[in-house]
Ligand binder design. Structure first.
Ligand SMILES: Nc1ncnc2c1ncn2[C@@H]1O[C@H](COP(=O)(O)OP(=O)(O)OP(=O)(O)O)[C@@H](O)[C@H]1O
Length: 277
């Protein structure tokens, strides 16, 4: 498969010293996942360090989205182990993963198109809400105070993502690049420790990609959020990632810094298509 050429520099090269990369917080060991006869992942191991930007790349069907789905508990691997914040599990549980600080965006935008930007971002606060449905329906004392606090948080995210002007606009009316930004906002509303981004730049023009890169780097830098992202644009991947893991037909064929990956012959053969310069 042919990827986009690195047509621009996306700035802010990952600098592990400045950004204080921490210890491993997520360790995936020997993960295998099949759907009937289809082996989506075979014996995959890699880890994610606190505060790093970790990319997963590979051709279509390589197993990248399946890997994110294993990390946030949507898929349960048949073999392997996941160690998250020191706790060993055979698989993650979707709700527990979200509660314990793993948030996600999707390849195809998954927002409520008829709802405003603000309300979509508020849905990202759901897991943090303590008041029950009845209290919220009656908008009673504590529920009211709680909602105000959550709205303040949502507004902070809106300011951070520079989308104040569209906060009351229904999401379905926004151009694609802005919808992707709102989806990032909804994931940030959960105040995640690990943010999983599935092709955050897909379908964007160069300017929109530059904006999205800046926001991803700022989230990582200012909030200390660890980021795991799937991306096909190699210019973006090589510019913003600390480490890259490469999948091909469900197997791991490379793992290392962007420079290691650029010059890895298996990765060149399977995906990059040309030797490093
Ligand atoms: N729910 C599912 N049921 C059956 N097969 C699946 C399912 N999810 C993924 N697969 C299969 O697993 C393999 C890996 O798919 P996956 O979507 O993880 O790849 P990918 O690297 O994310 O591809 P792309 O870059 O096209 O999004 C494919 O053969 C796919 O058809």
């Amino acid at each position: 498969m042919q990827m986009n050429e690195p047509d621009t520099h996306f700035g802010a090269d990952a600098d592990p010293d400045r950004r204080k990369i921490g210890p491993v917080i997520l360790d995936l060991k020997n993960i295998s996942l099949s759907f009937g006869g289809v082996k989506a992942l075979t014996d995959i191991s890699f880890d994610v360090k606190q505060h790093e930007i970790r990319a997963i790349i590979g051709p279509n069907g390589a197993g990248k989205s399946s890997m994110l789905n294993v990390i946030n508990g949507v898929y349960r691997p048949q073999l392997g182990e996941i160690i998250y914040r020191g706790e060993h599990r055979k698989n993650m549980d979707c709700h527990a993963a979200a509660k314990s600080g793993i948030a996600r965006t999707f390849q195809n935008i998954a927002l409520f198109k008829g709802m405003t930007v603000l309300d979509n971002i508020m849905t990202g606060r759901n897991l943090k809400m303590k008041s029950n449905f009845l209290m919220q329906a009656l908008y009673w004392g504590p529920a009211r105070r709680e909602e105000i606090a959550h709205r303040v948080k949502a507004e902070e995210i809106i300011d951070f993502l520079e989308i104040q002007a569209i906060r009351k606009t229904p999401v379905g009316r926004l151009p694609y690049g802005l919808q992707k930004r709102v989806e990032l906002g909804r994931a940030l509303a959960a105040e995640p420790e690990i943010l999983l981004l599935d092709e955050p730049m897909a379908g964007m023009n160069v300017e929109e990609k530059q904006d999205m890169c800046r926001f991803i780097l700022d989230v990582n830098d200012q909030f200390g959020t660890t980021i795991v992202l799937i991306e096909h644009d190699m210019g973006v991947v090589m510019d913003i990632s600390d480490r890259v893991v490469v999948l091909d037909y469900g197997k791991k064929i490379g793992d290392g810094t962007p420079d290691d990956i650029r010059c890895n012959q298996d990765v060149i053969n399977a995906y990059l298509g040309k030797a490093c310069e």
